[in-house]
Design a protein around this ligand. Sequence first.
Ligand code: F6P
Ligand code: MN
Length: 353
Amino acid sequence: MLFGRTTLSKFVIEQTRGQHSDMGALLIDVAAAVKSISALVGKGALSGFSGSAEATNVQGEEQKKIDVLANEAILRHCEWGGQLAGMASEELDAPYAIPAAYPRGRYLLVFDPLDGSSNSDVNVSVGTIFSILHRAEAGDAESSDFLRPGTEQLAAGYAIYGPATMLVLTVGTGTHAFTLDRESGNFILTHPDIRVPEATREFAINTSNERFWEPPVQRYVSECKAGKTGIREADFNMRWIASMVAEVHRILMRGGIFMYPKDNKDPAKPGRLRLLYEANPMAMLIEQAGGAASTGRGRILEVAPEKLHQRVPVILGSREEVERLERYHYEYDTGADRPYASPLFAERSLFRD
Ligand code: F6P
Ligand code: MN
């Protein structure tokens, strides 16, 4: 079929007709920004923008030239349309105020312009993650307007710049993926209504942090590694790309579990990933696809944000495995995984003399 396939524009116009039609226009601008970033990232070393920008962002991470450009692309493509009250980005300390020349709207756009950017210089997949929230009225957003739980997201998505560029989107009616046709410049709906398989035998975690993890995560991973001879009685596979977008994309396509759990590497950071523009949008996409997303001790989407760049533990993917990890956290917190540590079994207990 040459013509008549569903483009991203057609999809969002149909899905947001009525109450949120101006959000549809915003999503079309986000897609335009994604196409610009895709073109830039796709040039690889030929772009002349490899390497460091000789600066650090508010998180203390080294900024790459390409991070700064991707951030600019989103600001410029989305600031003018009159749908936004403000934007917040991983690369900006404070929220971005809409320039005086443009009208204001009631939506808030929060984004990680180039996730996994340490991979960009080595030609491994990177991505853009975004989330749309809203305030009651059109106007200029304040920092506190962004501090809304993920359950209030109206839309969330990511673009993956891989062998093909894809945009994966939810507006609360399932998770749908569009593939960029580089010749026509259109995003075409290629994967409607994605479902994450409930069971999986594939996990993703940076095991170099093993000694810093909490016991429930150590327990889970050691059981997976024990394979057929262990209590799971099955061999597991492991993957780690160090690009959350690529990891989540693989899980949406074929199942799996992704973990960046709480660790005690740096007590000031309760996790690595940021709640508002990494964890929340991915959690919404995964839940809308039938998977689950948890901190280990509760649903990510219900975490009440206190700060714009707040970090959070992330465990997401196939439902059965996420639920198992939640159970392991519960058993650890209540002591149920250490029956012999209970007072009944302690030295001088009822059962010893
Ligand atoms: O944005 C954070 C990020 O780059 C994610 O894309 C990725 O999952 C993670 O960090 C990789 O962390 P590490 O370098 O510890 O493997
Ligand atoms: Mn990131």
